[in-house]
Design a protein around this ligand. Sequence first.
Ligand SMILES: *[C@@H]1O[C@H](CO)[C@@H](O)[C@H](O)[C@H]1NC(C)=O
Length: 249
Amino acid sequence: MTGEKNLRPFTDSKARQSIKMKLLLLLVVLGTVSAEVQDLSGKMFTFPQPTNTAHVRLNPTKQGYSAITVCHRSVTDLKRDHALFSLSTPTYDNGFLTFWQNQNQEIQSYVGTGSVAYGGWDYKPNTWHSICTTWDSVTGLVQIWFDGKPSIRKFVHSGAITQTVIVLLGQDQDSHGGRFDINQSFVGMMSDVHMWDYILSPCEIQNYMNKGSFPPGNVLNWKALDFQIIGNVLIENQADCQPQCMFIG
Ligand SMILES: *[C@@H]1O[C@H](CO)[C@@H](O)[C@H](O)[C@H]1NC(C)=O
């Protein structure tokens, strides 16, 4: 049924040329845009210097969210503001943002038109911290989990995220996919990034924090991550000391 069209011989060499060009363009576009999917278990992204360019773009497997859970682990010694997870929509630069506000020593959570601040955490430098943020579009409530401890639940923004999102690590988006501020860039290491389009149970979040078993993210999955690195960001092994190399006695 579809064969006949393809079997018709080319008579016009210009048309043939044009198709060749289009194929070539398609290959070039695929080559630059298509990201590889990698299992990053045991690995981390190293952001070695402040810039207003370097970042990792994460490609979600689904768009459109009526609830979100985002979890990540990170370590830094920054003594200034920095973004930990930045998701924008064409309407909202801070569609879903987790941000360290240094002056007030707060983790801020932005969703759409709203933002809330959570203080009182021991955000020690040179220490890995596990942070999860949950949000439900019906109640509009957001909650943060920090190293196993849940925050109170606060209203931030209601209404589902229906527009196409751009998700990235290492920078704060002040426009949809751009306008980065070097003074809000992340310097340090980040690992185990997952995103779900539902709210994980408290036990699942505790298991994430304790490196136990939990369902991998169905929107972003660290074990099958679709991403692109832009600028100086490295993929390195997490430098965990294994028991057999420890000096005992
Ligand atoms: C970043 O911070 C430094 C030091 O506070 C300041 O001099 C500089 O102007 C800031 N850069 C931008 C782009 O805001």
